[in-house]
Design a protein around this ligand. Structure first.
Ligand code: FAQ
Length: 342
């Protein structure tokens, strides 16, 4: 167990000697434990860190939660690019708060992943060495101020659609982290929409700038929900375990259905010639997604993959002195407490 120090040390954990990541749960073959786990799944009850769980369930959660954490942290960059150039003090304050929120989401999620027995260092090593995935959507550039509004409207909108069902995830720490995260994402989406609405009420050049950003982000956002259900290797088991509650395609459809009326209110066109209401299905039909492009981006070939990773690695290296200082302080506090207790 890590040594948790009192609150005045900002709960800085002193690292334990590493004994290997993801050790197999003891007694994994015990039929009784497996049955209790299965019963919890059937009754839709939560699994908590101290509960026994199958190793594959643990690994799936570490995979998804850590990818999610990495996405939040890398996701600070595209909008962070505009903090120094936001068009007014009000927009700058909103953007600063939003980007800080995304950093906070990443930290909650790393903490949730750590409850599964994996260390923060190992998770960060995987990100920094390029082994870990993070969301494809953060590998696109933000050349104009409208991109910031469109990220709020569409990217945060997609994130909420995907993440609200995760509030009911079977793993307690992940589900609870998602409740707060979703509340904040909801504010993010509204501020993006409101910023775009303001731009659409402006000049013709501003309206064109918004439309151009929508044209560039719309398809990558649809792909962000993940591959079609038929090509999604993790979905079936993720749904059986109650980690995933709604499939990639169903979430994508819900997102399209919710976005079309919002685009009408904004006065922008969604760049899909095949988008039309299907009376029989009671849903919008939409065009074909370019999955080759999606996989190229996931596999490191997107417009900004290299830049995003390099920025992240540099920020981590630049912050080493802060971590060293915090650890030195925590060690001193601990030594003082031990001396006082003796
Ligand atoms: N990008 O079998 P599936 C945000 C991978 S946070 C990259 O369907 P699964 C907030 C997938 O990992 C956005 N890779 O996988 C914000 C798997 O590879 P693996 C992040 C992707 O796990 C807003 C392979 O493809 N949100 O936006 C992507 O059942 C604004 C096969 O896929 C989350 O992480 C992708 N888009 O479903 C921040 C939510 N999609 O691991 C800043 C939690 C799929 O086998 C600014 N995660 N892959 O090697 C999830 O809900 C799921 O993990 C999915 C993927 C739906 C992302």
């Amino acid at each position: 167990m890590p040594i948790i120090l009192p609150m005045d040390t900002h709960a800085m954990d002193l690292p334990e000697p590493r004994t290997g990541e993801l050790e197999a749960a003891p007694d994994a073959h015990s039929a009784g434990r497996q049955q209790r786990f299965d019963r919890k799944m059937e009754d839709d009850r939560k699994i908590e860190p101290q509960d026994w769980m199958p190793d594959a369930y643990r690994k799936t959660l570490v995979r998804q939660i850590s990818q999610h954490a990495h996405s939040e942290i890398i996701g600070m960059q595209p909008e962070g690019n505009w903090i120094s150039r936001a068009p007014s003090l009000k927009r700058k304050a909103i953007l600063l708060a939003k980007v800080q929120d995304e950093g906070g989401h990443g930290l909650y999620l790393y903490s949730a992943a750590e409850t599964l027995g994996v260390s923060r260092d190992a998770l960060l090593d995987a990100l920094h060495s390029g082994k870990a995935k993070y969301s494809s959507i953060f590998n696109y550039p933000t050349p104009t101020w409208s991109d910031v509004g469109v990220i709020g409207w569409l990217v945060d909108g997609a994130a909420i659609m995907n993440q609200v069902p995760i509030c009911r995830c079977s793993y307690g720490p992940y589900a609870r982290a998602m409740i707060r995260i979703c509340k904040e994402e909801s504010f993010h989406q509204r501020q993006g929409f409101e910023s775009l609405m303001t731009q659409m009420r402006g000049t013709a050049a501003q309206r064109e700038m918004v439309q151009d950003a929508v044209n560039r982000w719309y398809w990558p956002v649809l792909a962000m929900f993940g591959p079609p259900d038929a090509d999604s290797p993790n979905s079936a088991q993720g749904m059986r375990w109650g980690i995933k509650r709604i499939s990639n395609d169903d979430l994508r459809q819900k997102f399209v259905d919710a976005t079309v009326p919002q685009a009408k209110i904004l006065g922008v066109n969604l760049p899909d010639a095949d988008l039309k209401w299907n009376e029989q299905r009671q849903h919008y039909d939409y065009g074909a997604i370019d999955w080759d492009d999606f996989w190229a981006v996931v596999n490191g070939q997107g417009p900004c993959n290299k830049e995003r990773l390099a920025t992240r690695v540099k920020a981590h290296a630049d912050g080493q002195w802060v971590r060293d200082a915090a650890l030195a302080h925590a060690r001193k506090q601990q030594a003082r407490q031990l001396k006082e207790a003796a």
